[in-house]
Structure formats: C-alpha cells, structure tokens
Write a protein that binds this ligand. Structure first.
Ligand SMILES: O=C(O)CCC(=O)C(=O)O
Length: 263
C-alpha cells in the first residue's frame, strides 16, 4: 500500500475527485522509459512492419483511405487496437504497475482484467472527431458499468490537436437512454461545462465508462497519439444475451483473482 490510507498510489482526494467528476488527470504518471517503447512499437505496427499483428488490429483514418494523404502509411493510421494479446510491448504497457495501481485505487478492487487496448493516432490535419459518448453504451454487455480507462498521452495532447473533452459528473446519470441523448447534449455547455483534458506526453487521464466524453479533430501538422487501456473488474459479468456489443479478444488477467462465471 502506498500511503497508509488503504490506497496504492493515489491520494484520497484524487479518488474522491474521480468519483465526483468521472475522470482524473495525473500529469506526470509515466516517464520516458514507460512511453518511448510504446511509441516505437506503435510506429512499427502502424508502418506495417510487424507481421505478428493481424491486419484487423490496424484501422486507417477514413479520409485517408483513398490515398493521396501523408507519404507513409504510419501517418495515415487512425487506430491500432487489440494489441495486448499479440504484442509484448503493449502487454507490458497494460500491465504497467503505475497504471494498474491507480486503476485499483479508482475501482477499489485488486482483481482486474483488461477489456481492450487501443492506440488512437489522430493523424495530422485529418484526425477525425470522436462524438460525445459513454463507453459503456458500446460495451453494453459488461456489468457493472464502471470500467476505467487509462488514456496515456504519447504526444502532448492539446485543444488544437484533438485532446479529450470530459463532461464532469455525467457518469452519475448512469446509462443515458438514446432518446434523452439529444437533450443532454444540447445542455452540455452551460449545465455540465465540458472541460478539455490537455496533458503533456507521459500524463494520464483516467475516466469512468459512463462519463460523457469526446475529442475534436486534429487541426495541426502533427499526430496526437494516445494509448487508451480499458480495465474492468475481474468480477464483472458479460451478458451473453447482448449480441451487438463489440467483439473483443479473450480478456487478459491483469492482477489478482479471476472468478467462475465472470469475465
Ligand atoms: O482518443 C480519442 O480521441 C478518443 C478516446 C476515447 O473516446 C476513449 O478512450 O474512451
């Protein structure tokens, strides 16, 4: 335990902030030694120089699919995902104790599995927006809906290059039914006061899977890369009756115990 308060690494105040806002930013959680191997491996995979990574783990930015964009394929990649099951560097990243200790504090649980990992590359000029959403609206087969994402900035994330925006406290609404979404979204500014999450490379923002968040397009000449690792309780349940949730690889045990009948 980190601080004699039952927590591994975060302060009581940070955990309370996460519970109140649905997200928490820790600017200097990772250092170069944590981030550089992930950046280097992402570059190799994005360049198509990683035969161990299946093609369906790489997605090209739609606006750049027809060609005529950047000179190298790596610069046109929108996202890399489902890497931890096939790539040792990404597996080491999702197991990084600095991330996992913080997630354990936020979940209040030491039994943790990986739901999914992604590297969101947001290409220069063409990197598209991500509309307001709750992650659990996609991951609707996983209960309880309190997964935690560790979004690690591989580049400085700024408003101009498309950093995340969060609508504080919206996770406390629970799952917002689709017919209420337009109402909530029309009141984001003025009522929920969305905030940009500008973080330096190496910084990490953690968010709850029910908090409304978004990102804007990248209007700059450089990519905005972020490694998003989505963790869940090992005691979570996957509802097999839900058939339209994303198909994700077998869940990796990250820490602690697994439980019969659970994910
Ligand atoms: O990186 C982005 O632009 C969006 C990421 C996101 O929505 C997430 O990590 O949940």
């Amino acid at each position: 335990m980190g601080q004699g308060n039952g927590l591994r690494t975060l302060s009581r105040q940070q955990v309370e902030q996460f519970r109140r806002d649905g997200f928490l930013v820790v600017d200097d959680l990772l250092d170069e030694a944590d981030v550089e191997p992930v950046k280097a491996r992402a570059e190799r995979i994005a360049a198509g120089d990683a035969p161990h990574v299946p093609d369906d783990c790489v997605q090209i930015e739609p606006a750049l699919q027809a060609g005529g964009g950047p000179s190298s394929r790596a610069l046109a990649v929108r996202k890399l995902y489902k890497l931890a099951q096939v790539d040792d560097v990404m597996l080491a990243h999702v197991r990084n104790p600095k991330l996992v200790d913080a997630v354990a504090d936020l979940l209040g649980a030491d039994d943790i599995k990986l739901y999914l990992d992604q590297i969101l590359m947001k290409p220069a000029f063409h990197g598209s927006a991500q509309a307001w959403h709750q992650d659990s609206a996609s991951w609707r087969d996983i209960f309880p809906m309190d997964l935690v994402t560790a979004w690690c900035a591989l580049d400085d994330a700024t408003i101009a290059n498309g950093c995340l925006w969060m609508a504080p406290g919206t996770h406390r609404w629970g799952m917002i039914p689709s017919h209420l979404r337009p109402w909530v979204e029309s009141r984001l500014v003025g009522e929920f006061e969305p905030v940009p999450v500008e973080i330096p490379a190496g910084g990490v923002s953690f968010h709850h899977s029910l908090v409304l968040h978004a990102s804007r397009p990248n209007t700059t000449p450089h990519r905005r890369r972020g490694a998003a690792v989505h963790y869940m309780r090992a005691a979570s349940i996957k509802d097999a009756a839900v058939t339209d949730a994303p198909k994700v690889p077998p869940f990796v045990q990250i820490r602690g115990r697994s439980f019969p009948g659970c994910v």
